[in-house]
Design a binder for this molecule. Structure first.
Ligand code: DAK
Length: 261
């Protein structure tokens, strides 16, 4: 791949958008390669993904403005669909995805981070939806995901003003869960991913599905979605093992890794 790296560390897959000269801006090739990378993740082996950007300056500085500048209406729609499809694939990916935001997360960069399950960032990170200054609306879900994450008023302020915010403000408004130094960021992301990966994989997947699907509907239906996904866990070996381990009074026993079945 030209612009996307994929590395496996134990049960954790690390996807790096590697277009540092353009601050990891998303062009069509990056979007296509991200799509292929996600399709190639071995879900038997990998239990959590981390998404980050190459270098120390930028996570993703947005969609590629050079490529977008000459698009026709039809081409703009096709570009938007390519991005939206990948972002939705990330959002609904069966296993959790952590965005490790190591610098600029502007426009499409903020939007791809919001498609991940969990966001943590470095202290030099900068977030914003500057699209209105370019004569467009956010096009990769920013008008939809930002209000759901930080509330309507704050999202409208960020989108209408196009003003960037720094890491500490992103933390304060709940756009990121934690802020680390640049040096600490990946180690912390990997630690969190490993913590997720050691839990029962089918239960973790079902939690993601319950939260995502439940948020798309009203509470009466949402609770039924949870009931079903909760019930499904009782057909797994991991539930039988996890509960039997708790109930076993032998203090010398050592917990085995969950088997993902
Ligand atoms: N696209 C293309 N190239 C970019 C880029 C971008 N978004 N951001 C940076 N670069 C390139 C710069 O052009 C420069 O390239 P060279 O000149 O070296 O060839 C290189 O990266 C380094 O950037 P700077 O020289 O500008 O670096 P600085 O440190 O001075 O400034 C910056 C960093 C992040 C503040 C600045 O680069 C900047 O403002 N970048 C643009 C940020 C931005 O406005 N991002 C939002 C883009 S709009 C849609 C779907 C999605 C979208 C729209 C429509 N449809 C539904 C169709 C999404 C839109 C966006 O994301």
């Amino acid at each position: 791949m030209e612009f996307v790296l994929y590395e496996v560390k134990g049960a954790v897959g690390i996807i790096t958008i590697n277009r540092e000269k353009a601050l990891n801006a998303l062009n069509s090739t990056v979007l296509e390669e991200l799509d292929k990378t996600l399709d190639a993740v071995n879900l038997e082996e990998i239990r959590c993904l981390i998404l980050t950007g190459a270098g120390q300056k930028s996570f993703v500085a947005g969609a590629d403005i050079g490529e977008m500048s000459s698009l026709t209406k039809e081409e703009g729609e096709a570009f938007g669909k390519k991005g939206n499809d990948v972002f939705r694939k990330l959002e609904t990916f069966p296993i959790p995805v952590i965005a490790a935001i190591n610098g600029f997360a502007l426009g499409g960069g903020c939007e791809i981070a919001m498609s991940c399950d969990i966001r943590i960032c470095s202290d030099n990170a900068v977030f914003g939806q500057p699209e209105v200054g370019l004569g467009i609306t956010p096009g990769f879900g920013g008008t939809q995901r930002l209000p759901r994450l930080v509330g309507t008023g704050m999202a409208k302020q960020m989108i209408y003003t196009g003003r960037n915010i720094k890491a500490d403000e992103a933390y304060r408004i709940g756009l990121v869960n934690a802020v680390y130094t640049q040096e600490e960021l990946m180690a912390q992301a990997e630690k969190m991913a490993a913590g997720i990966a050691k839990n029962a994989p089918i239960a973790v997947r079902n939690c993601k599905k319950a939260i995502n699907d439940g948020l798309d509907t009203d509470m009466d239906q949402a609770i039924v979605i949870e009931e079903k996904l909760f019930g499904d866990c009782f057909e797994t070996e991991d539930q039988k093992y996890g509960m039997a381990f708790f109930l076993d009074k032998n203090k010398e026993k050592v917990k085995e890794p969950f088997k993902n079945c």
